[in-house]
Design a protein around this ligand. Sequence first.
Ligand code: ZN
Length: 388
Amino acid sequence: MKTELKQYTVRQICDGFVYNALEGRGLFGLAGRLTIQPEYQRNYIYAEKGGRLEIAVVKSLLAGYPLGLIYFNHVGDDRHEVLDGQQRITSFGRYVTGKFAVKDELGMEQYFGGLAADKQQKILDSEILVYECSGTESEIKEWFRTINTAGVPLNDQELLNAVYSGPFVTAGRHEFSNSQNANVQKWSAYVRGVANRQDFWERALEWVSKVNVADYMSRHRNDRDISEVKAYFNAVIDWVATVFTSVEKEMRGLEWGRLYETYHRHPYDADKVAERVRALYADPFVKDRKGIFEFILGGETDTKLLQVRLFDEVTKRVVYEEQTAKAQATSVSNCPLCAVGNASNKVKIWGLAEMDADHVAAWSNGGSTSKENCEMLCVTHNRAKGNR
Ligand SMILES: [Zn+2]
């Protein structure tokens, strides 16, 4: 791979700058000779969080600080695309074209057009160091994989998009990485993340490929058609929405692809499922509400999924000893419920193995799994109370 160090001014790079607000990406610069966001690049993210990062870029230019190295990939005939640095370029391009304001030293919001002429010149004359590279596609991509931008590092899916760039990634991003897509809100009930960081695209690929994303992307790399990914993703989402008719916040980010594969052939009665969800949500012993959905799907057998709250053995033994000593002193049963009854167990001293721990203050009233809130009951009474 050949590299050549060049210097451009902000003015040159911003010549013909176009920002596409709908797709959230900077498109062209250098009078049309520079593609700022090639298809394999991630979306523009420096405008997020109130524009903290894009404002920092402009302030660096105003202060005369270097923006760091930028890399262009030579794609023939004096044409380049940005290999690394598109977030920074899009930041100053957006500023110069009046897309956002930056607070000056007096705290006043200043758009580029409202800046003093000398400050405008300072920005436009700022010099940007650029490495122009030319090499084979695999060289460039391997290298792209290893460079790490100073701002926000590429996440796994952004790297995969770079490595397997092509019509398939383009089509996939158009559907799944576009925050303007009206479906994003619906998907967000079940899938965690944000569209422009590729989270929905990543889940869609993970589900359809049964967690072989790289392999799937490599096989479909040159396809223009993503209908298999879309159909599978929608099948999973529709199935979840049909089985669980109410949306709970704990549903977000569950492994719905795996659950769909495991359970979508089973019939479920949505009304009964809704009733069980409500009951388990109200159950104070359920520690992990995220587990409720798989618990129900699996026929309510795997209680480990709920991480039901339990007292540990040491607490049980200590409480047992105290309770038994008191009971023996007053000649009543060491099960407080037996002690107040009329049966023959009224004076029975149960062994530790014949008793189980119960919460004095119910979980729904904020009772904790602490020694102070622990009471040992005989197994019969404990079961009768319906909890453990
Ligand atoms: Zn009892």
